[in-house]
Design a protein around this ligand. Structure first.
Ligand code: NAD
Length: 246
């Protein structure tokens, strides 16, 4: 096992760091992940994108679920792992940050918006699937109280949070940016991702193929652990407290 002091040294000497984050980075901010026991999957029905489009009842269920989690997500604060990336950015050593998260905590932690690739979109806005017009998530959730599946004021199209749902295609431009960052970095740090979902899980492999070091911080094993130069398998809050002190 590689000592944490070595990982801290790699971080100090790298100038082109790319972060890759999943839901696990935000659980210490009070936002549950999907797959852990007690996570969202355990409680909520998964609504596929096409079902959202086709069925009024599914839209109602979807909006109820989103309206229930939005206030906690909106009011959450970045934790020490989010702040770690913000600090790297301030120091000029963060080339990019690829995230699967929809909570906006990287943005709120102070990382330059231009450097963030939001693979799964974000929750702060609801957009019309027909004309693209958007309203804030606060306004959308207010409307859900009397309009269970809200529609666009401009064209009557379906409003949906600006996230990528199951069964919905990821944006080609985001995938290309993420692949380019992965190919150019010298250190690729995965935080809080089970790395089981493709194509997202392919980015660490691109980084390794291009000779970057790979570090994985997660409390459970991932399929890419054997490829990594270091695996820190513990709570993310504890890991970053130790890393920042090393
Ligand atoms: P995931 O596949 O990225 O898995 C999260 C991983 O983090 C798990 O392996 C879990 O064991 C680990 N983990 C959780 N808390 C941890 C902690 N404190 N310390 C160390 N490891 C920890 O994510 P998922 O839960 O399957 O969610 C899938 C997708 O759903 C995400 O990619 C995202 O798009 C969306 N989602 C986003 C948020 C958010 O924005 N915060 C929350 C839930 C789900």
């Amino acid at each position: 096992m590689v000592p944490l002091t070595d990982v801290a040294e790699w971080i100090r000497e790298s100038r082109k760091i790319v972060g890759f984050t999943g839901a696990g980075i935000s659980t210490n901010s009070g936002i549950p992940d999907f797959r852990s026991p007690g996570g969202v999957w355990a409680k909520n029905k998964t609504i596929m994108f096409q079902d959202f489009v086709d069925n009024y009842e599914d839209r109602v269920t979807y909006w109820q679920q989103k309206a229930a989690i939005w206030p906690d997500m909106r009011d959450a604060s970045p934790n020490n792992a989010h702040l770690f990336f913000a600090e790297l950015d301030r120091a000029g050593n963060l080339m990019g940050l690829i995230t699967q998260n929809i909570d906006g905590l990287h943005e709120r932690s102070g990382v330059d918006m231009e450097k963030i690739v939001r693979l799964h979109g974000w929750m702060g806005e609801a957009v019309c699937l027909s004309c693209g017009a958007g309203i804030s998530m606060d306004e959308a959730c207010d409307r859900v109280r009397h309009e269970p599946a809200p529609v666009c004021d401009q064209c009557g199209g379906l409003l949906k949070p600006a996230t990528i749902s199951f069964g919905q295609r990821l944006r080609e431009s985001d995938l290309n940016r993420a692949a380019a960052l992965s190919a150019k970095c010298d250190l690729f740090i995965v935080v809080g991702s089970s790395l089981v979902v493709q194509p997202a899980a392919g980015f660490p492999e691109i980084a390794k193929k291009n000779k970057a070091r790979l570090v994985i911080v997660n409390n459970a094993a991932t399929p890419l652990d054997s490829l990594a130069d270091a695996v820190i398998r513990e709570d993310i809050g504890v890991a970053f407290e130790r890393l920042m002190a090393s």
